[in-house]
Design a protein around this ligand. Structure first.
Ligand SMILES: *Cc1c(COP(=O)(O)O)cnc(C)c1O
Length: 381
C-alpha cells in the first residue's frame, strides 16, 4: 500500500479527482491541481541535484523513483547592463535553456511522465508548439514509453528534428497548437494513449512549480519584486505562483512578500491573455490567426486563461505585447549583453518589461527576474 500526502482537486470548484489518468475537472471543466498538506519550513529537501530536490512538495507516492534527466536547478544570472537598458534597479535572468532539450518544458514532462508511467499507460500523445514535444520525446524515451507528437509544420526545424531524434512519432500539421490539441484528443480516444496537454493534465504544472521553489531559494527564501514570464498556455506562470503559495503556507518565505508582481509577456500576433486583461475579462476569447516567430507563444486558446488572469488581478500584474520587430531586437540584445542563448520568447519578455517600466506600470526601483524559457539554438535552422 502506498500512501500520499496529496490529493487531486479542481483549481476552481475543489471537486476531488482520482490520481491517475486525470484530466480536467469532471464537474466544471477547469484544470485540476495537486493539493498537499503544508510542508513546514526547514523540512529537509531531497539529497539530489535536480528539480526533485523539492520532492516533499511533489506528486510522488511513497518510495517512487521519478523519471528524470537532470532537469531544473538552473542558474540565476544578473545583468547590470540589461537592468540599465530596461530601466530597473536589478535584473536577473533565470536561464531555463540549460534544461534537457533546451527549455523549461523538461520540468513539466519529468513530473507528468513519472505519473503516466505509474498509471501504466500504453503510450503518450501531446499537442505542441514545439518545445513540449521535444521534452516529452526525451522523457518518454527515458521511461520506455511510446509517444506521438502533433506539431505545426511551421515549428522551428531544430525542434522538430529533436522530437524525431528521440524516436517519437511526429505528425506535422497545417494549423496551430489548438488544431494539434483536437487531433491529440481524438487519437487518445481511439488508442488509449494518455493525452498530456498543458493544464488539461495536472502534473506538468507540478514540474513547472519547481521554478518557483528555485527562485525563492536562490534569493535566500525571499521573493523578488517582479517576475516576467513569456506566456503561452500559462503553465509556467501558474506553476511559479502555485509554488510560492505552497512555500508561504509552510512558512518558508521571509521579507514579507508572498507573490511578486507578475508581468505576462505575449506576442502582438497572438495575445489572448493580454487582450482579456485589457478588457477586464476573467477569461480569454480564442485568438484568430495566431502568428509569431516566438513559437512557444503561439497559443490562441490557453486553458490557463482564468488562472493567469486571476494571478494578474491578485498581484497588480501587467499583461502586454511586443511586436515581431521588438522581439528580434531584444532577443539579440539579451544574448549580446549576457552571453545567454536567448530564445525569441525572452526577447518578447524584455521588450514588454521595457515598455512596462517606461509606462510606470513596473517600478524603476524594482528587483526583476526574467525567465529565459528556451534556447536560441532551437530556432537557428
Ligand atoms: C512553452 C513555452 C513558453 C510558454 O509557456 P507556457 O507555460 O505555455 O505559458 C514560453 N517560451 C518557450 C520557449 C516555450 O517553450
Amino acid at each position: 500500500m502506498t500512501t500520499a500526502s496529496w490529493t487531486l482537486r479542481c483549481s476552481a470548484c475543489d471537486t476531488e479527482a482520482a490520481f491517475e489518468r486525470a484530466s480536467l475537472c469532471t464537474a466544471c471543466g477547469q484544470p485540476l491541481f495537486a493539493r498537499y498538506q503544508s510542508v513546514p519550513a526547514g523540512t529537509p529537501l531531497a539529497p539530489r541535484w535536480d528539480m526533485w530536490r523539492y520532492a516533499p512538495f511533489m506528486p510522488l507516492l511513497g518510495g517512487e523513483v521519478p523519471v528524470s534527466l537532470g532537469e531544473g536547478l538552473t542558474p540565476l544570472i544578473e545583468s547590470t547592463s540589461l537592468a540599465a537598458a530596461v530601466g530597473v534597479r536589478k535584473l536577473f535572468i533565470k536561464d531555463e535553456a540549460q534544461n534537457p532539450t533546451g527549455s523549461f518544458k523538461a520540468r513539466g514532462m519529468s513530473a507528468a511522465v513519472t505519473r503516466a508511467k505509474a498509471a501504466g499507460v500504453p503510450g503518450i500523445v501531446v499537442p505542441t508548439a514545439g518545445n513540449a514535444g521535444a521534452a516529452l520525446a526525451a522523457y518518454a524515451a527515458a521511461a520506455g514509453l511510446k509517444v506521438r507528437v502533433y506539431a505545426p509544420r511551421t515549428t522551428p526545424r531544430p525542434i522538430l528534428d529533436t522530437i524525431e531524434a528521440f524516436g517519437a512519432e511526429l505528425i506535422r500539421i497545417d494549423g496551430h497548437i489548438g488544431d494539434a490539441g483536437k487531433l491529440t484528443l481524438a487519437y487518445a480516444a481511439e488508442t488509449g494513449y494518455f493525452a498530456i496537454s498543458t493544464l488539461r493534465e495536472p502534473y506538468r504544472v507540478e514540474g513547472m512549480k519547481t521554478m518557483g521553489f528555485e527562485l525563492a531559494e536562490q534569493f535566500g527564501w525571499r521573493v523578488p519584486d517582479v517576475v516576467v514570464y513569456p506566456t503561452g498556455g500559462g503553465e509556467g506562470t501558474v506553476g511559479i505562483w502555485k509554488a510560492l503559495q505552497e512555500l508561504a503556507a509552510g512558512g518558508w518565505l521571509s521579507g514579507g512578500r508572498v507573490q511578486p508582481q507578475y508581468v505576462v509577456a505575449q506576442a502582438a500576433g497572438c495575445a489572448p491573455i493580454a487582450r482579456a486583461f485589457d478588457a477586464g475579462a476573467d477569461k480569454a476569447e480564442p485568438w484568430v490567426d495566431p502568428i509569431t516567430y516566438a513559437s512557444g507563444l503561439r497559443v490562441p486558446s490557453p486553458l490557463g486563461d482564468r488562472l493567469v488572469l486571476r494571478i494578474l488581478r491578485e498581484t497588480d500584474g501587467v499583461a502586454a505585447t511586443a511586436s515581431e520587430e521588438a522581439i528580434r531586437e531584444w532577443t539579440y540584445r539579451l544574448a549580446c549583453a549576457t552571453g545567454i542563448d536567448a530564445a525569441p520568447e525572452d526577447g518578447c519578455a524584455l521588450a514588454v518589461l521595457r515598455d512596462a517600466v517606461a509606462a510606470g506600470r513596473v517600478r524603476a526601483d524594482a528587483e526583476v527576474v526574467v525567465f529565459n524559457t528556451g534556447s536560441g539554438a532551437s530556432y537557428r535552422a
